[in-house]
Design a protein around this ligand. Structure first.
Ligand code: FES
Length: 103
């Protein structure tokens, strides 16, 4: 069964910025872009940096430590030094709330 977890109010999101949410003890960054809302592992795959603090460029987030670029659409790395992709989760907005599918 598909389980959606309520993680935030849609009103908490601002376009071009990320927030950190911690459903079930996981550390996840949620970003609002022009084309939708995306969830990506908050910890950079290269080091101890929080992607929720990163700079948004199009549909990418730039790690605040060494400027690796991750696609918010699928977590892929577009620019190093990171080499490992970041995990992403499906997101849906319903009734003004943001839900993630964690499984
Ligand atoms: Fe993110 Fe190095 S910690 S690029």
């Amino acid at each position: 069964m598909t389980q959606w977890i309520d993680v935030a109010a849609e009103a908490d999101l601002f376009e071009g910025a990320g927030i950190a949410v911690t459903p079930e003890g996981q550390d996840i960054a949620v970003f609002k872009l022009e084309d939708g809302v995306y969830a990506i592992n908050n910890l950079c795959s290269h080091g101890n940096a929080k992607l929720c603090d990163g700079f948004v460029e199009g549909h990418h987030v730039e790690c605040p430590f060494h400027q690796a670029l991750f696609s918010l659409h699928d977590g892929s790395v577009s620019c190093g030094p990171a080499t490992e992709p970041a995990k992403t989760w499906p997101v849906k907005i319903e009734g003004g709330r943001v839900f993630l599918q964690l499984a």
